[in-house]
Design a protein around this ligand. Structure first.
Ligand code: SF4
Length: 342
């Protein structure tokens, strides 16, 4: 059985940065509290919990006075910062710079729409932490839409400023932008800022090509991962024998019937060590334990720490994989954080 791990899958720049910050804080001993899962990957969260990280909710903030509280890559609305200050909580802020720029961009979009009676619309998942952080930047309402049918929620007689959560699909964003221009009373009154992070979207084409090369594809990611949903769909469309798993325990022998090759890939929140663990499990399941599981630097490379979660490293060879270097595609208003301008 030929088993290959995609060398471009795994943690993005923002997640590597957040996990590295958390590890640094934990290295000094004591507990660090994280406001929500530090990464949408249960297995990686468990690993960090073993090092002293505790995941808490906003409701638990009042009992954290004097403690260290970690803000993850998704960011938080200003109310969280004010609340932490009031309660005497020490914040460790690991908001991804791409998200931080987008937060400012949302504020500017409202400033632009306010005098002309326009509306700010975001393509995003309602209730997702990043989206809560974005809509919480201003007091006026920001309309969040998830799919094309929700275009009906817009008032097409008024100007529109349209942006996106960083991890959404470019294809969906473009379809929605097109729909807005078509339905707007004045198409020139629709401003479109493609703020999708290229750490996600740049992977789409590559992943589709990767998925087509194998008999079976395993897409490893946490069920809560937004970019995981988008990228899994890309793989599944390219190869119907694609399975989405969180960990090796979910593997089913029947998936590999008649297969000669298995490709393993994942989301921006999937640690490399987890994909390597899955690769080893596939090798033993398919009765081929000596199937080469590439070591770091070989085919499976990509750098995020090798196979041992106990090593406690998020891996850093992707840290230089700065989204600012990854801009592609259209950028209608020049506001793309991936382009570093938002
Ligand atoms: S996907 Fe992009 S915006 Fe999200 S954490 Fe990674 S680098 Fe930051």
């Amino acid at each position: 059985m030929n088993i290959e791990i995609d060398d471009k899958s795994g943690f993005c720049f923002g997640v590597v940065r957040a996990i590295t910050e958390a590890e640094k804080a934990l290295a000094g001993g004591g507990t660090v509290y994280s406001l929500g899962d530090i990464v949408h990957n249960r297995i990686e969260v468990q690993r960090l919990e073993e090092l002293g990280l505790r995941t808490v909710t906003h409701e638990e903030m009042p009992r954290l006075a004097g403690k260290r509280l970690f803000i993850r890559a998704h960011g938080e609305p200003p109310t969280t910062y004010r609340e932490a200050e009031r309660l005497g909580i020490e914040l460790i802020d690991a908001t991804c710079p791409v998200v931080a720029r987008l937060q400012k961009r949302v504020v500017r979009a409202h400033e632009e729409m306010r005098p002309v009676g326009g509306q700010v619309v975001i393509l995003g998942k309602r209730g997702h932490a990043e989206v809560v952080g974005l809509t919480g930047q201003v007091e006026e309402p920001t309309l969040v839409i998830e799919r094309e049918e929700e275009l009906d929620l817009l008032d097409f007689s008024r100007p529109i400023f349209f942006l996106s959560q960083t991890t959404q699909s470019i294809a969906l964003f473009e379809r929605l932008a097109e729909g807005m221009r078509r339905r707007a009373a004045n198409p020139d009154d629709v401003k479109v800022a493609d703020t999708i992070c290229r750490q996600v979207s740049n992977r789409e084409e590559h992943l589709a090509a990767f998925a087509r090369r194998f008999d079976v594809v395993l897409f490893v990611c946490g069920r809560k991962s937004s970019n995981g949903k988008v990228l899994y769909e890309v793989c599944r469309t390219a190869n119907p024998r694609c399975h989405n798993i969180e960990e090796a325990a979910e593997l089913r022998p029947e998936w590999f019937a008649g297969a000669e090759s298995v490709g393993i890939c994942g989301a921006t929140s999937t640690p490399k060590w987890l994909m390597q663990q899955v690769a080893r499990a596939v090798a033993s399941l398919t009765d081929n334990p000596e199937a080469a599981i590439p070591r770091a630097g070989e085919k499976a490379g990509g750098g995020q720490t090798d196979d041992n979660p106990a090593d406690g490293k998020a891996g850093d060879s992707q840290t230089g994989d700065n989204p600012a270097d990854k801009t592609t595609g259209s950028n209608h208003t020049g506001g793309n954080p991936a382009g570093g301008k938002a």
